[in-house]
Design a protein around this ligand. Structure first.
Ligand SMILES: Nc1nc2c([nH]c(=O)n2[C@H]2C[C@H](O)[C@@H](COP(=O)(O)OP(=O)(O)OP(=O)(O)O)O2)c(=O)[nH]1
Length: 164
């Protein structure tokens, strides 16, 4: 099954997710509240009304870790389906090493630089280990993950994508 045939006609809600790279490191944030609390992740969230994806990605990045970037590159799209929710999450993943500002802890996230060899997958969403290799190699990807609960993936598909 292709991802577009799985997700095509289902209702979706948009989210952003941005990763900041520096040399052989990535900036992750420990989520301090809400959905995904206690997990390390990139920075992002829901779109505000009338906001574009890129505007939301920039705003959430600055709100959550204090950094700004006009150079977020779209790397992937992830679809998450939870068994008890008819609305899929559609998460647009961005990455850059071109940023300004100082890293700052926020109410939502505690940021920390990680060496790329020490990315803490056991304390991240369980799907991340499947698509991080694409992100690291700068290969664009689309992913679909069906979750039974927040720790259990029951089905998934990943496709390398030429254009997003
Ligand atoms: N790496 C990864 N990120 C995920 C997964 N699922 C998921 O929602 N995310 C990301 C997408 C968003 O960046 C973030 C969820 O958004 P959020 O609930 O924090 O949104 P928000 O900042 O607008 O929240 P709030 O202010 O209303 O509390 O988590 C996943 O499985 N893996």
């Amino acid at each position: 099954m292709t991802i577009s045939s799985i997700v095509g006609n289902k209702a979706k809600k948009l989210f952003t997710l941005a990763f900041i790279r520096r040399d052989n490191q990535v900036l992750l944030g420990l989520k301090k509240r809400g959905f995904g609390v206690g997990k390390w992740n990139g920075f992002g969230g829901k779109l505000n009304p009338n906001e574009t994806l890129i505007d939301a990605a920039q705003r959430e990045l600055e709100e959550e870790c204090g950094l700004r970037s006009d150079h977020l590159a779209k790397m992937g799209v992830l679809y998450f389906e939870f068994e008890d929710n008819p609305v899929l999450m559609e998460v647009h993943v961005f990455q850059t090493s071109d940023f300004t500002g100082e890293v700052k802890e926020s109410e939502e996230m505690k940021p920390q630089w990680y060496d790329l060899r020490d990315v803490p997958f056991s304390r991240m969403w369980p799907d991340d280990v499947f698509w991080w290799p694409y992100l690291l190699e700068e290969r664009k990807f689309t992913g679909y993950f069906k979750y039974k609960d927040q720790e259990t993936i029951v089905d998934y598909v990943i496709e390398e994508t030429a254009a997003l």
